[in-house]
Design a protein around this ligand. Sequence first.
Ligand code: UD1
Length: 342
Amino acid sequence: MSKKKVLVTGGAGYIGAHTAAELVLAGMEPILVDDLSRSNMSLVEGLEQICGRKMLFYRIDCKDPIQLRTVFHEHPDLTSVIHFAAFKSVGESVLQPLLYHRNNLGSLVSLLEVMKEFSLKHLVFSSSCTVYGQPDVIPVNEEAPFKRAESAYGATKQMCERILEDETKADEQLRVVSLRYFNPIGAHPSGLMGELPIGTPNNLVPFITQTAIGKREKLTIFGNDYNTPDGSCLRDFIHIVDLAQAHVKALQLIDTAPSHYEPINVGSGRPVSVLELVNTFMSVTGVVLNYSVGPRRPGDIEKVYADTTKSFRLLNWKTKLTIEDALRDAWNWEKRLSHAAD
Ligand code: UD1
């Protein structure tokens, strides 16, 4: 049987590159596309080292159907698409909403149009728990209503899901799984791939590791007066490799999914506080972090974690790795980056 050929948009990014590694392990053939506007080739190089071979890579902008068509023409045997290509900085999206609307909606619309032209009917979409806002019930399940998004980034994820749902209603053959990620953290256990934030990191774990290595002076914990056991926010942190594996399962499910549009939570189901994560980092690495508590960050959700019933039932998937594994791997990656820079 010929290999499943999967188009991976945003394939040079953090989640895209880790997913490509899992596709290769599962015997599939990823075709990577990325415009490198928020990434560079270093994760693809790491991926090639992990897989022991070159990857098929195209530097193209997914918003541009002409560029997309060239890839579809060259690979008439594509079986499915995983669409990661998007901007993801919540703060930036508030300052530059049009940039986010054009990029995140534009790339999905162009991709769907070209998929239609080439009769490609299977898509896994990179969504986010941000679509829920602060849910009334936690753990949150996929039936929870979308609250008004706090940021343009969140709004684009909600709108993309709506576009996909509309399309699956209009096109009987189209099948889409939207994976709603909780908080992906960590790095590849090989130390060859990990997060590569541009400038000052917004996300917690790269900020922790950069502080630990001495690139940042101090970590600020954004608020300790939330209605949570230790006062800091609660999240559902998930190892990037577990998250990547959920995509392989989604591709395997897609043909037989009960519904043509399936949103599925991808989390561990275990709430962990920001302070607990910081303390766990210190205990697994032995590094003492310079941190203090500051004011709340505007727009932050107090607590959110996944109801994992659906992911287990439909994908037969659950997390295998722990936050300890993720923090150890993130730290190894940070140390490797700093050695490379020396
Ligand atoms: C948010 C979105 C997520 C999106 C991600 C993209 C929600 C619920 N989640 O994740 O969907 O994909 O942004 O960036 O909307 N923190 C600190 N100090 C720091 C950095 C973070 O205390 O220096 C805290 C935050 O206040 C938060 C937690 O750590 O409570 C996690 O923050 P972060 O890693 O930025 O992710 P989210 O905001 O949860």
